[in-house]
Write a protein that binds this ligand. Structure first.
Ligand code: UD1
Ligand code: CA
Length: 448
């Protein structure tokens, strides 16, 4: 039994007022259509087929090779027409789950419930419905007196009494491939919008005597379709609340969830405390018993256990266990801190490795440096790594002590356990166990 998900995502989404297709817009750090396909994957589908049209390249670019297949709908002639474009990619499968690309709050559990209901009832098609207070704009579910499926009527086609129906079509369905392929061949455009409606296929199947089921769920958020940027922000809020709640349930303290923004793919270990005003993005991993924030922004980084980071920016960096960072530190891409490193206030580190127990406590720029263990970098130290054309490397071996306000003009190597005098501009390598001082002798002149 193979099951595919077909995600309809060819529409432009005019109300977004964007040059990007709607489904590419991000919610909680992830494109809407990616949320939908991830939910389908988590629910256990064998394959994901996405119907693309507007801005197809930007939709396809969101996926790794093999992650999804794409069907192309050149003109958006309706949801039924969109599904037709995908059918040759799912022939041979038993069941398809049809989803829309603009419902980023959809959860795997809801897809599973739909599939289970469909299978248990041996239905040919099952539509997922829900009750809402304001059904305006949605297709209404029309039932027979015995409660069985009769029809789905779009807002624009609905008569006054049909508009009163508060049970709406989510736009999500489970369908048997063979029967639906045949039914789609019979749908037309005889409706107010002159579009091919996927819902007409359900009506055709029902009239042919096939079993069409309705699964009504209480999952309004899951089917929430995003049409404009106000709804986008609402979805963002809900997803963030869900993520924060999941982390708190797994043993993370979030002091103020309303000011904490954590992307869905972030992992955080137990007993880590996240203070207010923190943003944690991308594929970041944070270990156990850390203190993050307040006011810390971390993107796509790996942070060890028992790390303390306060008021800092961390981007594409790796931080080992027991490090202390900030306040006001800036770790840029390629910063790698081994265990127990201290990076203090107003220190910027780019593409550099700091060995175990090393310290850069105040006011430094460290770029393109390889720094050993137990190195102390005095306040105001600068690696002069750029000569206007090329970047050069600074190497500080184990146990080095760099005096305050030293300029290290790269390429440069300072041997193990050596030291520089405060205020020196070091342009030549220093051997091991050496004190290098480079500065003019002090003159004390008498004031008049
Ligand atoms: C559809 C349903 C409606 C349901 C609602 C739920 C139909 C006829 N109506 O209406 O009953 O209540 O969803 O949100 O199906 N798409 C394409 N190609 C097209 C048209 C649409 O790929 O030619 C995609 C869109 O990009 C979107 C999804 O299908 O992701 C739904 O299309 P949309 O136009 O939003 O359908 P609705 O009119 O909202
Ligand atoms: Ca819609």
């Amino acid at each position: 039994m193979t099951t595919s998900a077909v995600i309809l995502a060819a529409g432009k989404g005019v109300r977004m007022r964007s040059h990007l297709p709607k489904v590419v817009h991000r919610v909680a750090g992830k494109a809407m259509v990616k949320h939908v396909s991830d939910a389908a994957r988590t629910a256990g589908v064998d394959k994901v087929v996405i119907v693309v049209g507007h801005g197809r390249d930007s939709v396809e670019a969101l996926f790794q090779p093999g992650e999804a297949e794409f069907a192309y709908q050149e003109l958006q002639l309706g949801t039924g027409h969109a599904l037709m474009q995908a059918m040759n990619k799912v022939q041979g499968d038993d069941t398809i789950i049809v989803l829309a690309g603009d419902t980023p709050l959809l959860q795997a559990a809801t897809i599973k419930a739909l599939l289970e209901h469909h299978r248990q009832n041996r239905a040919v098609a099952t539509v997922l419905s829900t009750q809402v207070d304001n059904p305006y704009g949605y297709g209404r579910i029309v039932r027979n007196p015995d409660g069985s499926f009769r029809d789905i009527i779009e807002e624009k086609d609905a008569r006054e009494e049909e508009k009163q129906i508060r049970e709406i079509n989510s736009g999500m369905y489970a369908m048997q491939v063979n029967e639906v392929t045949a039914a789609l061949a019979g749908i037309g455009t005889d409706n107010q919008q002159g579009e091919y409606y996927v819902t007409e296929a359900l009506t055709i199947l029902m009239r042919q005597g096939h079993k069409v089921e309705i699964l009504q769920v209480d999952a309004r958020e899951d089917i929430y379709g995003i049409n404009d940027r106000i709804q986008l922000a609402q979805a963002e809020k809900i997803l963030r609340q869900r993520k924060n709640a999941a982390l708190m349930e797994s043993g993370v303290t979030i002091v103020d969830p309303s000011t904490t923004y954590i992307d869905l793919d972030v992992d955080v270990g137990r007993d880590t405390i996240i203070h207010p005003g923190s943003i944690i993005e991308g594929l970041t991993q944070i270990g156990a018993e850390c203190q993050i924030g307040p006011g810390t922004h971390i993107t796509s980084s790996v942070i060890g256990d028992r790390v303390v980071i306060e008021h800092s920016r961390i981007k594409e960096a790796q931080v080992g266990d027991d490090c202390t960072i900030g306040p006001y530190a800036y770790l840029r891409p390629g910063a790698v801190l081994h265990r127990n490193v201290k990076v203090g206030d107003f220190v910027e580190i780019k593409k550099s490795i700091l060995g175990e127990g090393s310290k850069a406590p105040h006011l430094s720029y460290i770029g393109d440096a390889l720094i050993g263990k137990g190195v102390n970098i005095g306040a105001g130290t600068i690696t002069c790594n750029y000569d206007g054309k090329n970047k050069w490397e600074t190497i500080l071996e184990d146990g080095v002590f760099i005096g305050s306000n030293t300029n290290l003009v790269a390429p440069i190597r300072v041997g193990a356990n050596s030291m520089t005098g405060a205020g020196s501009t070091i342009t030549r390598d220093i051997p091991a166990d050496t004190l290098a001082v480079e500065r003019a002798q002090q003159k004390n002149l008498r004031k008049k």
